[in-house]
Design a protein around this ligand. Structure first.
Ligand code: ZN
Length: 397
C-alpha cells in the first residue's frame, strides 16, 4: 500500500471508531470506558485512543461519576460524556444530480446520513423539500432529537450573490435565480442555515480536515460536472466583491472552441469536466480493447495503472494546470488541492497539473506551491458544510 492509501485507510478506521463512540454516547449518555467497549464491540485500546483524541478536541469529557464517589466504593469509575458544547449540526451537499444530508460534528464525525438522486437544476422547490426530508432522515439515524441540531450549512453548485443571498448565474441553476436558498431551507428546517458555493464548502472541508490542514493560502479545485474553485487567502475564505470569485471553469483556453453552457466558447470546463474526460476515456479504452466499447468505465482511481487511460487523465491535468499556473502567478498559494469527481483520478491528474504549473508559472512561485489530491474525496463538500455549520453555531453562541 502506498503511504497515501495507508493513511486514508487509517483515517477511515479512526473515523468509524469515533463515529461508533459518539453514537452510543448520544444514545445512552455518560458511559464508562468498559461500557463503551461492550456497546461498540471495540477493543479496550481502540476505545482508549479514540477517547484520548476526542478529549483533546474537546468533543467529550471524562470525569468520576458523582454517585460512585458518594457511595465510597474505592476508586470510582470514570465516565465519558459528550461535551455540552459539542453541538451536532447538519450539513447538506447539493450537486446537480444528488442531495446528501448528514448530521455530525465539525470535526469529521458523521452520525447519520441520507442521500437522494434527483435533477436539482430544473426543480428547485422539489430539491429544497427533498433536502428537508433527507435532513429529517439523517437526524433520525443519528438518534438525536430534532431540537438537538444547532445549525445547518449547505453547498450549492452555483455562484451565490453575497448582497442578495440569491443564486446569481443566469446559466447554471437558471430556475433557482432569485431564490434565497438559505431562507428557504431555514424555513423548512427551523434552524439557521448558511449557504455557499460548493467549491467554497470543499475548500473549507479540506482545510479543516483534509489535505489543506496547515495551509493559510490555498486553492481548492472542484473538478466534477463543472469546474470551480474555492480560495483561501491569508487564512480567510475569499469570495470577491459579490461572492462570485473562483469561477475558473469559465476561463478561456487558447485554441479551444467548444460551446460552453455559459454561452462562451472554449471555457476550461468544456475540456476538463468529468463527463468530457470520461468520453475520451471510453474512446481510448475501446481502442485498447479492439473497438469494443466498455459497458462501464472503471472508477477513475483505478485507471492510473492503464497507460493509455493515464495519459488521457494526465492530459486533462495539464489543461487544468495551464489555467492554475496563471492563478499561481497571481496569488502565490502554498497549496492547490484537486477534488471533485475528476479529482478521484489522483496521481496521473496531479502529475499533469504539476507539469503545467512548472512550465507556465514563474519558477519561484511554482516551486513554492504543493499540488495535492483532496484527502476527503467527493465528501469534501459535505464535511465542509458540517465544518461551516459548526462554526456558525459557535459564533452564534
Ligand atoms: Zn463557460
Amino acid at each position: 500500500m502506498s503511504d497515501l492509501h495507508e493513511s486514508a485507510a487509517l483515517s477511515a478506521r479512526r473515523l468509524r471508531t469515533r463515529t461508533a463512540l459518539l453514537a452510543v454516547l448520544a444514545e445512552y449518555g455518560a458511559l464508562s470506558r468498559a461500557d463503551l467497549g461492550r456497546l461498540t464491540g471495540l477493543s479496550r485500546s481502540a476505545v482508549s485512543s479514540a477517547v484520548a483524541d476526542l478529549r483533546a478536541e474537546g468533543a467529550v469529557t471524562e470525569q468520576h461519576a458523582p454517585s460512585a464517589v458518594a457511595a465510597g466504593r474505592g476508586r470510582p469509575a470514570a465516565v465519558v460524556a459528550l461535551s455540552r458544547d459539542t453541538g451536532l449540526v447538519l450539513g447538506l451537499d447539493l450537486g446537480h444530480s444528488h442531495i446528501t444530508a448528514a448530521v455530525g460534528t465539525g470535526e469529521g464525525t458523521v452520525l447519520g446520513e441520507a442521500t437522494a438522486h434527483l435533477d436539482i437544476d430544473d426543480h428547485p422547490e422539489q430539491a429544497l423539500d427533498t433536502a428537508a426530508d433527507l435532513a429529517a432522515e439523517a437526524v433520525r439515524q443519528a438518534g438525536c432529537e430534532p431540537g438537538g441540531i444547532g445549525a445547518a450549512a449547505a453547498g450549492l453548485p452555483a455562484a451565490m450573490d453575497l448582497r442578495t443571498r440569491t443564486v446569481r448565474s443566469p446559466t447554471v441553476l437558471a430556475k433557482w435565480i432569485g431564490l434565497d436558498p438559505a431562507a428557504e431551507l431555514g424555513r423548512r428546517l427551523g434552524i439557521p442555515v448558511t449557504v455557499a458555493n460548493d467549491a467554497e464548502m470543499g475548500a473549507r472541508g479540506e482545510r479543516a480536515l483534509g489535505a489543506g490542514r496547515g495551509f493559510g493560502d490555498l486553492i481548492y479545485v472542484k473538478a466534477s460536472h463543472g469546474v470551480g474553485s474555492g480560495l483561501v487567502l491569508g487564512g480567510q475564505v475569499y469570495r470577491g466583491a459579490l461572492g462570485l470569485a473562483g469561477e475558473i471553469g469559465h476561463i478561456q483556453l487558447p485554441g479551444a472552441t467548444n460551446w460552453c453552457r455559459c454561452g462562451n466558447r472554449g471555457c476550461l470546463e468544456t475540456v476538463v469536466s468529468v463527463q468530457e474526460v470520461r468520453r475520451r476515456l471510453t474512446h481510448v479504452l475501446a481502442s485498447a480493447d479492439r473497438g469494443a466499447v466498455p459497458a462501464e468505465i472503471p472508477p477513475l482511481a483505478e485507471l492510473g495503472a492503464r497507460p493509455a487511460a493515464a495519459r488521457v487523465i494526465t492530459d486533462a491535468g495539464r489543461t487544468l494546470g495551464r489555467v492554475l499556473a496563471d492563478l499561481v502567478n497571481c496569488l502565490n498559494p502554498a497549496a492547490i488541492i484537486i477534488g471533485g469527481e475528476l479529482g478521484q483520478a489522483g496521481a496521473p491528474l496531479v502529475a499533469g497539473v504539476r507539469e503545467s504549473v512548472d512550465r507556465y508559472a514563474q519558477p519561484a512561485v511554482a516551486e513554492a506551491v504543493e499540488i495535492l489530491p483532496g484527502a476527503l474525496g467527493v465528501r469534501a463538500e459535505l464535511h465542509g458544510a458540517l465544518v461551516t455549520a459548526a462554526e456558525s453555531r459557535r459564533s452564534a453562541a
